[in-house]
Design a protein around this ligand. Structure first.
Ligand code: SF4
Length: 286
């Protein structure tokens, strides 16, 4: 088959994930084991690679039983409760909270304290239960309302002041739509533009990338919130977009003679995995 393949130059880990992975690897160069609170990255192959170096993933429940040790907090960040628990258990923290997330946490905290007296509501546009969202809700003593689109708006009292923030990896178009609706309904609604710039700029470039290829292989873990958003985006402009977690899931029947294949991924997809998919593709279809 005559097929051309290209990897999206803008794909690969975002700054926050690169920083967390580098810090974990640096620690593991001098130590045989490091505990991470939750998956450091939503990518099973990258996790396996790091586990091979001594990374151990703990749940929030496991961490409560851990004492006098070291834990890594991933780029998503954590609520204040986790830091309190770490202090109580004498845990040293390697804090890899992405600076963008940290700034958002601080802004939510200060806004919450400002509007609390006036019975204001903090609203977070994000995925309920997602680690980053849990960290954000924690800044409001658990009072923030989490919505995932216009569906959740019934939870909000539009007669009271509202401050709207977004999880950093949400779809900017959907956020804008939700914000516009809220501004129309409420008298006192303040909207903060808190989608990560790296994510927002990826949207336009990924649309162009997906449009300019006849078939798109989108690579990311199915757990990745950013992966779901970006894959949906590819699919919306190129119906021949396939979401796969690893090279073994490539199906040779997807391809036609003359195809121009585009390989891209989420902010949690390592570059080496995109290269691996390209190599496997050459082996299967050429
Ligand atoms: S997507 Fe943006 S905010 Fe989230 S970890 Fe990556 S760089 Fe940080």
């Amino acid at each position: 088959m005559n097929i051309k393949v290209e990897i999206d130059a803008g794909s690969g880990f975002c700054y926050g994930v690169i920083r967390a992975v580098e810090q974990a690897e640096h620690y593991l160069k001098f130590n045989s084991r490091l505990y991470s609170l939750g998956d450091i990255v939503h990518n099973s192959l990258e996790l396996d690679r790091l586990k091979g170096k001594g990374l151990k993933i703990l749940t929030a429940k496991d961490v409560r039983n851990l004492k006098n040790d070291v834990i890594l907090i991933r780029a998503h960040g954590e609520p204040p409760e986790t830091y309190r628990m770490a202090r109580d258990n004498n845990l040293q923290i390697i804090d890899c909270t992405c600076p963008v997330v940290l700034k958002l946490q601080e802004k939510i905290r200060s806004t919450y304290l400002e509007i609390k007296e006036a019975e204001g509501q903090i609203v977070i546009f994000g995925k309920a239960g997602h680690a980053e969202v849990n960290g954000l809700v924690g800044q409001t003593d658990g009072t923030a309302i989490v919505i995932d689109g216009v569906r959740g708006l019934d939870l909000i009292d539009f007669e009271r002041p509202i401050a709207l923030f977004s999880q950093t990896t949400k779809d900017p178009v959907e956020y804008e739509r939700t914000a516009a609706y809220m501004l129309e309904r409420g008298k006192n609604v303040k909207v903060f533009n808190t989608i990560c710039r790296q994510v927002a700029s990826r949207h336009n470039s990924l649309v162009r990338f997906a449009e300019s290829h006849s078939i798109v292989l989108f690579v990311s873990g199915k757990e990745s919130s950013n992966g779901k958003v970006l894959y949906d985006l590819c699919k919306s402009v190129n119906p021949r977009s396939y979401w796969l977690e690893n090279k073994d899931l490539i199906d040779p029947t997807w391809f036609k003679d003359g195809d121009f294949v585009g390989i891209c991924g989420a902010t949690s997809t390592p570059k080496w995995q995109l290269e691996e998919i390209k190599a496997k593709l050459s082996y299967i279809i050429f």
